[in-house]
Design a protein around this ligand. Structure first.
Ligand code: FUL
Length: 444
């Protein structure tokens, strides 16, 4: 497929006379999804009775008094998140054990029933105030599966779940994301719930229309099919969800990991992964905390493949991020900032030919990483591309090739020294509309 390629640079905007090239192609993101894409990286917080019982899936029958953080400081969480470059925090307001981190009137298994702060505590409130103060956004995980609620497994529970969401979504200010995990087991009476997800979704959006809702199949953001934080090198933001039901077996994990090239809905991938082995804090897992370098490698495999990075950092029994987790987060920030500090192509002359971008440098540069972007508001278009480099336009050698670009593609290759670089779009769904191109030498 050959067509003209349009570049929209942050430093110089090149508009084409062929305005039809800018018509949207296929499914495109909503304004709220575009804002979500720009977040790139944010934290997940798993906190609750499991933190104190050493479980990952609480039974729902735990004594509420087990929840007893001795020095909780949500400002510490938000401060560290901000310092690490995270744009927000998503909190497990209710995990599968049903324990609510706020005093919900629809449950008898909440912070109110614990002795923590004499039953007057509210973690959702504390964190929403801390996020506001730190200037980051907040999201909530509200587990549909509830191993405590006596009405779980009956139609009444669907109404209770909606009221529970209403309480959270109308009582604590705006959230940027609502997180629905896929686990659906039995309740305290041994019954499973048939969720009314259509009503859940309509209700949630009626309380907060800007919400971006995550689940195994969206509607707005999809699971990437694994909990290792790794998105496929081929990553389409579009997905086919017709015929699949949320919570009852979404598309195969491979489709979630890659998306569908002609998928009918814009449902980009969010890579959720924990900084430690488990989702909740377990002291013996302190030694499993990923290093800053390991987190940066993950960043290249999720944000660098066009998705978002949701990194779980679980507070300990004091109610604080542990020093080892904070240190890894700070290292990650340092490594990431250093990696992208010096764009070697920033002063280059850019030539735009049909399906090619040519980057001519005044002097040779040594680099091993190129970052490409598509203007996804017009749809995702590029199917595959190659990169060539050399000392002149006439003497170029292929140095890399890959598939899909999307919002951001960070591609690495053995270090080269070159004066001319060519990005060749080898297959595309329509005229590519590209954003900035940047080159870096990253020591990793
Ligand atoms: C899963 C849950 O079962 C885990 O406990 C964790 O919350 C993870 C992020 O999602 O579905």
């Amino acid at each position: 497929m050959r067509s003209n390629l349009f570049l929209f640079f942050t430093f110089s905007i090149f508009l084409s006379p062929q305005l039809n090239a800018q018509q949207k192609v296929g499914s495109t993101p909503s304004k709220d999804q575009l804002a979500w894409h720009e977040k790139e990286f944010y934290l997940f917080i798993h906190f609750g009775p499991n933190t104190f019982t050493n479980l990952e899936w609480g039974h729902g029958s735990e004594d509420p008094n087990v929840f007893n953080p001795t020095a909780i400081d949500c400002n510490q969480w938000a401060r560290i998140a901000k310092a690490a470059g995270a744009k927000g925090i998503i909190l497990t307001a209710k995990h599968h054990d049903g324990f609510s981190l706020w005093p919900s009137k629809y449950s008898k298994h909440t912070v109110r029933e614990s002795k923590w702060m004499n039953g007057k505590g509210d973690v959702v409130k504390m964190l929403s105030e801390a996020c506001k103060k730190a200037g980051i956004d907040m999201g909530v995980y509200i587990s549909p599966w509830d191993r405590n609620h006596p009405d779980y497994g009956t139609p009444k529970y669907n109404e209770i779940y909606i009221q529970t969401m209403k309480e959270l979504l109308t009582g604590y200010g705006k959230f940027f994301e609502l997180w629905w995990d896929g686990a659906n087991g039995e309740g305290p009476n041994g019954k499973k719930q048939v969720y009314d997800f259509k009503r859940f979704q309509d209700s949630a959006l009626s309380y907060q229309p800007q919400l971006v809702i995550f689940s195994d199949i969206g509607p707005h953001v999809r699971w990437i099919g694994n909990e290792q934080g790794i998105i496929n090198e081929t990553n389409w933001n579009t997905l086919d969800t017709v015929g699949f039901q949320r919570g009852a077996g979404g598309p195969p994990t491979d489709s979630l990991n890659r998306g569908n090239i002609n998928g009918s809905a814009w449902i980009p991938g969010e890579a959720d992964v924990s900084i430690r082995n488990g989702w909740f804090y377990h002291e013996e897992e302190d030694k499993t905390v990923k290093s800053g370098k390991a987190l940066f490698d993950l960043y290249l495999k999720n944000v660098g493949r066009g998705g978002n990075f949701l990194l779980n950092v679980p507070p300990n029994r004091q109610g604080l991020f542990s020093p080892v987790d904070s240190a890894a987060l700070m290292d990650f920030k340092k490594i990431k900032d250093a990696a992208f500090k010096n764009n070697l192509f920033s002063k280059a002359v850019i030539k735009n030919k049909p399906n090619e971008i040519e980057i001519c440098l005044a002097q040779s540069a040594t680099f091993n990483t190129i970052q490409l972007q598509e203007q996804i508001k017009f749809g995702q278009r590029v199917i595959s591309f190659e990169i060539e480099a050399g000392d002149s336009e006439q003497n170029l050698k292929k140095i890399a090739s890959s598939t899909t670009i999307g919002r951001k593609k960070i591609i690495q290759f053995p270090t080269v020294t070159a004066k001319c670089i060519k990005i060749k779009i080898t297959a595309t769904k329509a005229t590519p509309i590209m954003g900035a191109v940047a080159g870096f030498l990253i020591n990793n």
